[in-house]
Write a protein that binds this ligand. Structure first.
Ligand SMILES: C[S@@+](CC[C@H](N)C(=O)[O-])C[C@H]1O[C@@H](n2cnc3c(N)ncnc32)[C@H](O)[C@@H]1O
Length: 246
């Protein structure tokens, strides 16, 4: 039985609204009145729930060129495939309830699909890193979860069987996320995807890159438990104004 979990492609499934708030160590009050980008948002429930409470959020993803029913079929297959693969990996789900984990994935998907049917092309934008179709400084807060770091090659701390999202790709993508924010970037996870828990091997270079781009970067604790404690942090990067940089 294998102990290493890897995948051939980036999975198209997402998290619930409460998982998002925990993962990014945020609350609604901190987000109110701010322009927010979720990149990539996948079929997560964040955009749908946040917009329903009056937050100003746009989500983007390379798969948003597809119709709702195509995305529903793809995400359903990806979630089922995830659970089939996890079943082959020793101790893969001992840290959480697999029934709840699966239900959360489908709940998030249902909420996303219902909202995507109305919001495609307005709050759901077709886009892929490292090139985003937004003006410089368009957002106060840019959230980016479970793509960067997560899908580096398995030899470099991520889940992917190949190394197409290598360190140069990550730095280019971070430059683009930095371009479209006037405020802050939050990224999660910050840990490598293999046991035992450790910081992701690209993290130091990513933080140094953000500092070079004029951000103050730090890893803050996150209450989100994905089994990698004590490395379940969120990378928070604040854009410094000129006086702070000088
Ligand atoms: C596992 S989902 C993460 C969704 C959500 N952020 C979350 O945390 O639940 C990963 C997403 O990355 C997207 N993706 C793949 N290649 C990408 C790229 N080059 N730029 C941006 N997103 C990409 C996939 O389409 C997929 O929706």
């Amino acid at each position: 039985m294998s102990t290493e979990f890897s995948v051939p492609e980036v999975a198209f499934f997402g998290r619930t609204y409460s998982e998002y708030l925990q993962m990014f160590a945020l609350d609604e009050a901190a987000l109110r009145g701010r322009a927010i980008l979720d990149c990539p948002c996948g079929p997560a429930a964040f955009v749908a729930n946040a917009c329903a409470t009056g937050l100003n959020v746009v989500g983007c993803d390379p798969l948003f060129e597809f119709a709702p029913d195509e995305l529903l079929a793809r995400a359903t297959e990806n979630i089922n495939d995830l659970f089939a693969r996890l079943a082959l990996v020793t101790d893969s789900l001992t840290f959480r309830d697999p029934v709840k984990f699966r239900k959360d994935k489908f709940d998030a998907l249902d909420q996303f699909i219902a909202d995507y049917r109305n919001g495609r092309g307005t709050r759901y934008i077709h886009a892929a890193l490292p090139t985003l179709p937004f003006p410089d400084g368009a957002f106060d807060v840019v959230l980016s979860s479970n793509f960067l770091f997560c899908y580096s090659g398995i030899a470099n701390g991520g889940l992917l069987e190949d190394d197409r999202f290598d360190l140069p790709f990550h730095l280019q993508a971070i430059t683009e996320l930095a371009r479209v924010t006037r405020g802050e970037i939050r990224m999660a996870p910050t840990h490598a995807m293999q046991m035992p828990p450790r910081q992701h091997p690209y993290m130091a270079a990513a933080m140094a890159h953000l500092e070079a781009l004029g951000f103050h970067a730090e890893i803050r604790p996150s209450p989100y438990d994905d089994g990698f404690a004590p490395f379940a942090g969120v990378l928070v990067a604040h854009k410094m104004v000129r006086e702070e940089r000088d």
